[in-house]
Design a protein around this ligand. Structure first.
Ligand code: ATP
Ligand code: MG
Length: 253
């Protein structure tokens, strides 16, 4: 493991300019990362916004997000793998972009090999895509490329926003296998409106509803909150609580 990491959130408040309808407000939250964390909520509940705040991509209007790494106040390396990789990758040249990432991370001489290795695990051959532009890749290929680049940077905390969108069954299984290994050494947060996915991979959940964090805890604790389960549209509840399928399901495919 790259080390202990915990986050401390104090009274964050965020609103988009010219968009009064949505407001993200999280009061106090201290959380030591341990296992894979899942951020769940209905579409529009604020998951992507909250993730970007955690990653430092956007700043709260007020309040603060701070981290402690190995007992000391720190600015950890957080990589946010975007919900819409096409917004970033469509216009780029794959080979040049990988080259830029490698040269920006010269201190870590394993980055290039690591990118190729993760692409391989996702059945993408770097040699075959290096001369392409982003728009020449499919949605699933763009997703796998974005995730592979994020993994290769070996962050303290990897935030994967809706990582299975565009992936078929094979791609999802590859992702589960990759994360199973990656989680041994890194902290991961999975962001999804698909509770089934969160349940499979994550041991601890944060649940957002209309910009507010309404639950933090594990599946057992959620069992005692039928009000929340109903509010956030989690279906087939009995299956979640009766089956012990988390890791089994990941392995028996
Ligand atoms: N750049 C923006 N400008 C204005 N409003 C925005 C912007 N981005 C998001 N919003 C609004 O903020 C709210 C929260 O959006 P966000 O993308 O964080 O939700 P989400 O939970 O990630 O949704 P989804 O599951 O659909 O990805 C939504 O109502 C959305 O319309
Ligand atoms: Mg989102």
């Amino acid at each position: 493991m790259q080390g202990d990491l915990s986050v401390n959130i104090r009274n964050i408040d965020y609103q988009f300019r010219n968009a009064d309808a949505f407001r993200l407000q999280i009061n106090g939250l201290g959380y030591p990362f341990n296992g894979v964390l899942g951020l769940y909520g209905l579409s529009g509940s604020g998951k992507t916004t909250f993730s970007k705040l955690l990653a430092g991509i956007i700043k709260p209007v007020s309040g603060s997000v701070s981290f402690i790494k190995n007992g000391y106040s720190a600015v950890p390396k957080i990589i946010y793998s975007p919900q819409f990789p096409e917004k970033i990758l469509l216009g780029i040249h794959i080979g040049d972009t990988v080259q830029q990432i490698v040269s920006r991370n010269l201190a870590d001489d394993g980055v290039y090999d690591s990118i190729c290795n993760y692409l391989q695990k996702f059945s993408l051959d770097f040699d075959k895509i290096m001369d392409k532009s982003g728009f020449e890749l499919s949605g699933g290929e763009l997703r796998r490329l974005a995730i592979a680049l994020s993994l290769a940077l070996s962050p303290d905390l990897l935030i994967l926003d809706e990582p299975t969108i565009g992936l078929g069954r094979k791609g999802k299984n590859q992702l589960y296998d990759i994360l199973e290994e990656f989680r041994q050494q890194h902290h991961i947060m999975i962001v999804s409106h698909d509770f089934n996915l969160i349940r499979k991979i994550c041991g601890h959940y944060w649940i957002l509803h209309q910009g507010n964090l309404i639950f933090t805890g594990n599946l057992k604790a959620l069992e005692f909150r039928p009000d929340i389960v109903e509010k956030v549209g989690i279906n087939a509840l009995e299956n979640y609580f009766t089956e012990n399928v988390k890791t089994e399901e990941m392995k028996t495919r």
